[in-house]
Design a binder for this molecule. Structure first.
Ligand SMILES: C[S@@+](CC[C@H](N)C(=O)[O-])C[C@H]1O[C@@H](n2cnc3c(N)ncnc32)[C@H](O)[C@@H]1O
Length: 190
């Protein structure tokens, strides 16, 4: 009985996630206005793995403590795994969606090295981060690149899931998947 309930819950959760992604994809397709803002979809699959393992390598080889920032952090998918592994480094998320922020704050309670802010990233100073990681959306990338350049006094590396930041110096495009949409991670160094 317990196994049945467990399996039923898992199936409902998977179905809800699938419907959620489908609805977001349809909104992105049909509504021009919606396409201007990154929807609340977490990094997943090969891109997520790739970004996390790249940041892990940087942190392992780092001689000083670093700050890793995810502007538009959602529920913190790209932050918590590394925050647990590297307690001496600082992890910061900015999220304006109140629901995502609430979940992220709950998750952050376990960590002394994670800070989450509920704000519009364009109203925040993001220049103090050593590493910036992001998963945003095409129409925002130029504005986001300008924001990084304007604020920057410390940032060394930027990892962008799926979307190019057109006005930053690209050092590598990591091809991750064969899918038509999520298929790469862009790496920038300043
Ligand atoms: C595609 S999700 C990525 C979440 C997370 N970074 C990840 O990779 O799993 C983009 C997130 O950015 C948030 N976002 C979009 N524009 C924002 C803004 N101007 N300020 C703060 N958060 C923003 C959205 O609410 C959404 O949760």
């Amino acid at each position: 009985m317990l196994t049945f309930c467990f399996m039923a819950i898992i199936h409902v959760m998977l179905l809800t996630a699938a419907i959620w992604i489908l609805v977001i994809e349809m909104k992105l397709f049909f509504y021009k206005e919606y396409r201007k803002y990154p929807p609340f979809v977490p990094s997943f699959g090969a891109e997520k793995k790739n970004i996390i393992s790249n940041i892990r390598n940087v942190l392992k080889n780092s001689l000083s403590n670093m700050t890793i920032l995810d502007p538009g952090c959602g529920t913190g998918t790209l932050l918590f795994e590394l925050a647990k592994e590297f307690p001496n480094h600082k992890f910061v998320g900015i999220e304006w969606n109140k629901f995502a922020y609430f979940i992220c704050r709950l998750r952050a309670k376990k960590y002394n090295n994670v800070k989450i802010y509920c704000d519009d990233m364009f109203n925040c100073d993001i220049g103090g981060a050593d590493i910036i990681v992001c998963f945003l959306i095409e129409p925002l990338m130029k504005k986001f690149g300008q924001k990084i350049m304007r604020d920057n006094y410390k940032t060394q590396i930027i990892f962008s899931n799926t979307f190019k930041i057109p006005n930053l110096p690209l050092v590598e495009k990591i091809k991750t998947g064969k899918g038509s949409f999520f298929k790469g991670v862009y790496v920038y160094k300043l």
